[in-house]
Design a protein around this ligand. Structure first.
Ligand code: PLP
Length: 360
């Protein structure tokens, strides 16, 4: 069967070269006579895979030496709790910015461990923007300031790193990690589930500045304790070995296509093409203010919702899959992560133009 263009928000497309390499190495990884799945996580082969994974990520993101890189389990959702459990530093408050569905979940979970100060919210305008940073109410007594770099459901992305007035900046980059250049030194902590832009589901990346790792509640399980995981190279217990390997292949692929700068340029081009089709049309619309439109997740609605079903059917017949919008916002959503080829975006754009000419 021919591979389709899969616009799913996550788990999402992987680079074909990665899948081919995984297939080729499935039964015998580089002459070891074993699949990576079958290797001891403490063995020589897997140690090499793990070291390479960390080294490649440090290189791609230019992560400074005073940051720990952790590969954990539990998804970004586990981090909604692990962050306050690990880095409150004895304080009772944390600041959060609410730009959509994922920020709201982070806020809800953090509320179980500390007093959440919502420094700004775009809820009143239907999550169509990043609230003006100069208006954020940042509490100097808070332990950190949390924001969501890309709202996967609402299609709102920060085009800049916000100023946090001295508080450690904590960022959920689940759906735009490795898609654009970021200065890691501006952050206290960055986290991301891997299933959008880094690989398959099952690994959660945490990049944390060392000075934030301090005393935690003795009841905190060791597997959820950043300091303990850091000391054990994220191998306190058995990690998701095969998934680490696949994430490693994705990083290698990213390096082979020119790294973050090159993929960012391509992402800009892909998103611009799609937003141009939407912008020039009176049939499609995107509710997000132009400056904050996501390069990764492009929600759009059809002027005639009764046509949603045939839009999806016809798209699918052309090999354009998973375009249905999130149930909470309706309409359509095209997720165009790093692994979505430019050809896939072009095919979608061509289809949209033709669909409009036939039905609008
Ligand atoms: C997908 C997503 C999450 C949740 O990730 P899980 O791995 O399912 O826990 C959190 N934040 C953002 C921005 C996401 O896109």
């Amino acid at each position: 069967m021919a591979r389709v263009y899969n616009f799913s928000a996550g788990p999402s497309m992987l680079p074909e070269a990665v899948l081919q390499q995984a297939r080729d190495e499935m039964l015998d990884w580089q002459g070891s006579g074993m699949s990576v799945m079958e290797m001891s996580h403490r063995g020589l082969h897997f140690s090499g895979i793990a070291e390479q994974l960390t080294a490649d990520l440090r290189e791609l993101m230019a992560i400074p030496d005073n940051y720990k890189v952790l590969f954990l389990q539990g998804g970004a959702t586990a981090q909604f709790s692990m962050i306050p459990l690990n880095i409150l530093q004895g304080k009772s408050k944390a600041c959060y910015v609410n730009t959509g569905a994922w920020s709201a979940k982070a806020i809800k979970d953090a509320g179980r461990y500390c007093q959440v100060v919502v420094s700004a919210s775009a809820e009143a305008s239907g999550f169509d923007r990043v609230p003006e940073v100069s208006q954020w109410a940042i509490d100097p007594d808070a332990a950190y300031l949390h924001y969501t770099a890309n709202e996967t459901i609402h299609g709102v992305e920060f085009p800049f790193i916000p100023e946090s007035q001295g508080l450690p900046l904590v960022c959920d980059m689940s759906s735009n990690i490795l898609s654009r250049a970021v200065d890691v030194s501006r952050f206290g902590l960055i986290y991301a589930g891997t299933q959008k832009n880094m690989g398959p589901a099952g690994v959660t990346l945490v990049i944390v500045r060392e000075d934030l790792l301090g005393a935690v509640d003795t009841k905190l399980p060791d597997v959820f304790n950043y300091a303990v995981q850091a000391k054990n190279d994220s191998m306190l217990n058995t990690p998701a070995t095969y998934n680490w390997y696949l994430v490693g292949l994705v990083l290698r692929w990213l390096k082979s296509v020119g790294g973050i700068k090159a993929i960012e340029a391509l992402n800009i081009k892909k998103a611009a093409h799609l937003y141009q089709v939407i912008g020039q049309s009176r049939f499609y619309s995107n509710p997000v203010q132009t400056d904050y439109r996501s390069r990764m997740n492009v929600p759009f609605i059809l002027a005639e919702p009764a046509l949603d079903k045939i839009f999806l059917e016809q798209a699918q017949a052309l090999g354009l899959f998973e375009l249905k919008g999130h149930r909470s916002v309706g309409g359509m959503r095209a997720s165009i992560y790093n692994a979505m080829p430019e050809q896939g975006v072009k095919a979608l754009c061509d289809f949209m133009v033709e669909f409009e000419s036939k039905h609008a």
